[in-house]
Design a protein around this ligand. Sequence first.
Ligand SMILES: Cc1cc2nc3c(=O)[nH]c(=O)nc-3n(C[C@H](O)[C@H](O)[C@H](O)COP(=O)(O)OP(=O)(O)OC[C@H]3O[C@@H](n4cnc5c(N)ncnc54)[C@H](O)[C@@H]3O)c2cc1C
Length: 426
Amino acid sequence: MTSAPPASYYRDSMAVALDPCHSLTGQTRADVCVIGGGITGCSAALHLAECGYSVVLLEANDIGHGASGRSGGQILPGLGTDIFTVEKTLGIERAREIWEMSREAVRLTGELIARHSIPCELAWGYLHAAVKPRHVKELAEFQERMARDYHYTATRLLEGAALRERVVTDAYPAVLSDDEGGHLHPLNYTLGLARAAQRAGVRIHTRSAVLNIRRGQPARVETALGSVQAEHLILAGNAYHADVAPELNGRLMRAANYMIATAPLSEAQVAQVLPHNDALADANFVLDYYRLSATRRLIYGGQVSYDGREPHGLQARMDAKITQLFPVLAGIPIEYRWGGDVGITLNRAPDFGRIDSNFYYAQGYSGHGMALAGLAGKLLAETIMGQSERFDVFAAMPHRRFPGGSMLRKPLLVLATNFYRLRDRL
Ligand SMILES: Cc1cc2nc3c(=O)[nH]c(=O)nc-3n(C[C@H](O)[C@H](O)[C@H](O)COP(=O)(O)OP(=O)(O)OC[C@H]3O[C@@H](n4cnc5c(N)ncnc54)[C@H](O)[C@@H]3O)c2cc1C
């Protein structure tokens, strides 16, 4: 799932215009060169420029071409893995710091949208849905442990009529509502960050794939037609980065995820689907997630592929899901279909670190980066400014490479996912 974006609803509803972003030609210099124009890269560039750094951002395609411009748009506290896994590895104190930073990531998203007047349809309210009876127990335990050990009390377990007030379906025995989560138009948010970065002085060059990096102090970043000499480098290519830093090989698995958008719902249909305008994700490993756009389209995501090929019967399966969840929407036209690549790590915790003393990266949000990537950009900026404590809390998380080397990695992951898919059915 690479090059030309498929027919994304987001591309058709763009509301932010950037100043022209010409391809890089010739030689230039900057304090920092950022590689990748998703949320991570745009946020890093913006935060650095606001503190007086000269920044060049190079994007291989267009701003938001990657996951940031294609995603489900759900902004949630937490990580792609549960915080208790972090706790086992780093201890409760570090896990608490990470949990609090994940909450900060959501607040930061709201602050950036307000400060830069980004028209991206931000709405609050999130439901985590149990699909099986065992999920209900797990959600209840999560709620209790989060309140006890993390002082997190924003969640409510809803069943029966209280559940149906928020999502009108028989598909779930319970949902955990979380007032700190929400949703937005991800492409407009990403473009809004890029526009704010431009206003702060960042020079953005699109259609400028980085092909080679000559490490050093300064480093030299090369594209087909130009180069940037910079004191510091940030790699923010996530699942889309193409081997410009071999040290990262095997730390990330690229998995395609698929989205559809229905025709706009009537007011009456909205009342029978998501009357409170919540975002929802279910508790399965291969999960379904959805929300309404500001134009009242149901934006639904799910299904996964690890080999870049569209899964057999994808379209029929996705369409059937809408009707299974909401029989009231039977026959509603599906007007957009697209997909994007998620960068997942073996333990599903994000992977932040240094490739060299002046070369940093943040990646591998494992399907949970809409809010976290914005904070990652801020932490990358703090690190370059000499305050790396918060970045290093994340960077301390140990990461292993996917087993199997380049030949066996994907088949092994497919096997593992099939196991979890089977488990989802039990
Ligand atoms: C279908 C889908 C649904 C998702 N839904 C959600 C969700 O609901 N909630 C959530 O929290 N997360 C979700 N995610 C994950 C989330 O979108 C990502 O974690 C987040 O956007 C990552 O941002 P990023 O800036 O790090 O990477 P990206 O947005 O992928 O940006 C990387 C950019 O780097 C560029 N690039 C790569 N290599 C080079 C190079 N050599 N030179 C120049 N540029 C380069 C790419 O073109 C790309 O634009 C979803 C992801 C997908 C794909």
